[in-house]
Design a protein around this ligand. Structure first.
Ligand code: IPD
Length: 307
């Protein structure tokens, strides 16, 4: 076969550990550096950052992949920012965010991760997300389950059992019992912020207009990393995560992890109109659509109503 999923997964896991070490190294003094020169970190606005470490880690990951798999394609956040094309075709394509949660990285909020996804025939099939600060490594291969490993400082597994299968035990019965994560994103135009504010208000507290008959969700969170939000849903630590405006490299790996843990990934529009449980195929349109809802398996009766 031209694509050996097991081998690619094992390689991606080792690569994520290597990248994780580079992220940890890069985190030394990052805040002092940032305070000294915020301007140099700013991409489209002050809420959209890139650091030397993002670029160095992407370079490391990209070169390591190219040496091992010269025929595979690569789409990365920083390569795209530097003008490279991000076209998805049927070839195995690595879709990578070197540091997802760059703002967290700069401020030292320990929720950032290297996110390594692989799409094959335009569908996400491998996902590895590693948070080197909390040393938690999530991985999945389509059709073969999702796992969480706790690592020690040398990258070896710790704990008993050291590799936990992720499999939310029960589906979400109602959004009333849900802890939901949303993100503000880096698009701060009036139109976007007004829409987001309105939908967050509906989710968390307007008894007249609230979701599902005036009820509101139990809790709302924003952790600042799309990849880790997906992994939190896979773990059952969050019930739902929604974002409009992030990119394929933020979600490709997380999508496989969530799906293999029994959750669903859908484009927002589909989810809101039709019920999340019916759409669990991450089509190229969903992957590149920049609007995502990631949800724990939802009990059928609620799924029918849509979210
Ligand atoms: C960002 C994070 C954040 C999300 C943004 C992403 P980055 O990725 O995932 O949670 O709100 O849309 O761009 O820029 O830190 O790699």
């Amino acid at each position: 076969a031209d694509f050996d999923g097991q081998e690619v997964l094992a390689f991606a896991i080792e690569l994520a550990k290597k990248a994780g070490n580079a992220i940890l190294q890069g985190s030394q003094n990052r805040k002092a550096k940032a305070e000294a020169d915020w301007e140099s970190l700013t991409k489209k606005n002050t809420a959209d950052l890139v650091t030397e470490t993002d670029q160095a880690v992407e370079k490391l990951v990209k070169e390591t992949i190219a040496a091992k798999y010269p025929t595979h394609k690569f789409i990365g956040e920083e390569s795209w920012a530097a003008g490279e094309e991000a076209k998805l075709d049927d070839a195995p394509t690595w879709i990578v965010d070197p540091i997802d949660g760059t703002t967290n990285f700069v401020t030292g909020f320990p929720f950032c991760a290297i996110s390594i996804g692989v799409a094959y025939k335009q569908r996400p099939v491998i996902g590895v997300v590693y948070n080197p600060f909390l040393r938690r490594l999530y991985s999945a291969w389509k059709g073969n389950g999702a796992y969480l490993e706790y690592l020690d400082e040398k990258g070896a597994q710790i704990g008993q059992p050291s590799k936990l299968p992720l499999n939310p035990i029960f589906p979400l019965s109602s959004l009333r019992h849900a802890v939901v994560a949303v993100e503000w994103g880096s698009d701060r135009t009036k139109e976007t912020i007004e829409k987001k504010t309105l939908s967050f208000a509906r989710l968390c507290g307007n008894p007249e207009e609230g979701v599902q008959g005036g009820q509101f969700v139990r809790g709302v969170r924003s952790i600042g990393s799309a990849a880790l939000s997906c992994c939190a849903v896979a773990e059952g630590a969050l019930d739902l995560w929604q974002e409009v405006g992030c990119w394929a490299w933020d979600v490709c790996a997380g999508a496989v992890i969530v799906q293999e843990a029994g959750g669903a990934v859908v484009g927002s529009k589909q989810a809101f109109l039709s019920g999340a449980s019916k759409f669990n195929d991450v089509t190229p349109e969903v992957l590149q659509g920049r609007k995502y809802v990631v949800i724990r398996a939802i009990a059928d009766s609620e799924g029918e109503k849509g979210i």
